[in-house]
Ligand binder design. Structure first.
Ligand SMILES: Nc1ncnc2c1ncn2[C@@H]1O[C@H](COP(=O)(O)OP(=O)(O)OP(=O)(O)O)[C@@H](O)[C@H]1O
Ligand SMILES: [Mg+2]
Length: 412
């Protein structure tokens, strides 16, 4: 196998670590040739809380994927999460250079650099600088300005940053597991790659990746990311509430939630009964299933309300005709879409990852949207100019490594 056509994605989530190995074909199609799914330890709310435990979980997941594929992983696209992630939009303006006054790649790069020169506190690290569109001599809505005759070029960018220490801790865990980082990709933007259609992004849509510890959000308008944020709540909060409400262990609460839980109370009859073990007592208790679902509904309503508040904060309240796309393991909860429609008053669909082939049997579910999205992100950027890559650590190591790899793919 030609090793240079292989991409790797690592999503170290709060509950599971997923490593995917994908082969990129000549026309850009991605086929999964290996995966490693392991329980996560050492992560809390999408952030590293214990280095050793996180390194061990990542290493275990890598080893599984390597064993399945027979491929030795050297570098990977890595998902970043946690509520330290925030975004802002910034415009960069330059005069078009060159005697012909035609927009060149260099002009685009300079405009992007100008946009990037926003005030970022030293404890924050820029993760992405994504062009949303260009304005050429005042003409708005240009997607590709290359070659256009112009005097003035403006670029509208979406900039995503995270806490430098959180980003460094995650990078450290991946490199300690002997894997270099091609690029750090924000969780929701990776998940969007595997779930959103071009039409949804064009119309205006919100993606919510409901994980164990966090709910990762991204709003797309006019075909590009506009607002990115992370809420520090997820499926683990639902499980905790169930454990407290039913006075049972966390493991059992998780099992009951998945097997019998629903966020849609209209679906639950008062006469439905469940038998549940009680902590510290020998026997079990019989409870109404409705009581379980009320606990779940309350927490899920809260998560959806927080999502609604974030939409308001972005200034897009009532302006997302394509509605909400729910993904992540938490979106597998029965009734998740029904309740979301009720709380958010928007169209809602649950999305499983799309757009890749190969060993997909275990991966065709919303819990793997982020990891599959990492491969699609990597594959989509293969032919790009370096400037369209978001910069890694201070514009540094990650990108250098990526350029090396790109040169391998496209010699000369
Ligand atoms: N069938 C299901 N029904 C309900 N909930 C489910 C189901 N499957 C998984 N979950 C929930 O999904 C959550 C895990 O989702 P996911 O694997 O996307 O999280 P993660 O990526 O590890 O965490 P994070 O993204 O927050 O760091 C858990 O809270 C789990 O209870
Ligand atoms: Mg996740």
């Amino acid at each position: 196998m030609d090793r240079e056509t292989v991409l790797v994605g690592i999503d170290a989530g709060t509950t599971i670590v997923t490593t995917l190995i994908g082969e990129v074909g000549r026309t850009g199609e991605v086929s999964i040739i290996g995966y490693g799914i392991t329980p996560s330890a050492g992560m809390k709310k999408g952030m590293v809380a214990n280095i050793d435990q996180t390194v061990n979980s990542i290493a275990a997941s890598i080893e599984k994927a390597e064993r399945l594929s027979g491929y030795k992983i050297g570098s990977a696209f890595v998902a970043v999460g946690g509520s330290h992630i925030s975004s802002q939009n910034s415009r960069g303006v330059v005069a078009v250079s060159g005697h012909k006054r035609e927009v060149s790649r260099e002009d685009v790069a300079r405009a992007t650099d100008a946009a990037k020169a926003v005030q970022v506190p030293s404890n924050r690290e820029i993760l992405h600088v994504l062009p949303r569109g260009y304005i050429v001599d005042g003409q708005e809505g240009i997607k590709d300005p290359l070659g256009m005759s112009a005097v003035r070029l403006e670029v509208e960018t979406h900039i995503v940053a995270g806490a430098a220490t959180s980003v460094q801790n995650l990078s450290k865990c991946v490199t300690n597991a002997n894997v270099q980082i091609d690029e750090l990709v924000v969780n929701s933007l990776a998940a969007a790659e595997a779930t959103l259609t071009d039409t949804e992004k064009e119309l205006g849509v919100l993606i919510a990746d409901i994980g164990g510890g966090t709910t990762d959000l991204a709003i797309f308008t006019d075909g590009a990311a506009y607002h990115t944020a992370v809420l520090p709540v997820g499926g683990i909060n639902v499980t905790n509430d169930v454990a407290i409400g039913l006075r049972t262990s966390l493991d059992l609460a998780e099992e009951i939630k998945i097997k019998h839980g629903s966020a849609d109370l209209s679906d639950v009859q008062p006469e439905e009964l469940l038998n549940v073990a009680v902590l510290g007592e020998g026997g079990g208790q019989t409870i109404q299933r409705r009581k379980l679902c009320e606990v779940i509904e309350a927490r899920m309503s809260e998560i959806y309300s927080l999502i609604g508040e974030e939409v308001k904060r972005s200034g897009h309240d009532g302006l997302l005709p394509a509605g909400v796309v729910l993904t992540g393991g938490g979106a597998r909860l029965a009734g998740a879409a029904e309740l979301a429609r009720e709380v958010l008053q928007m169209p809602v669909r649950i999305a499983s990852p799309q757009g890749v082939g190969g060993l997909m049997d275990q991966l065709s579910n919303p819990a793997f949207s982020t990891s599959i999205g990492l491969l699609l992100w990597g594959a989509r950027h293969i032919g790009d100019e370096p400037m369209s890559y978001s910069t890694g650590a201070g514009g540094g190591a990650g990108v250098g490594r990526l350029m090396e790899w790109l040169r391998g793919l496209f010699p000369g």
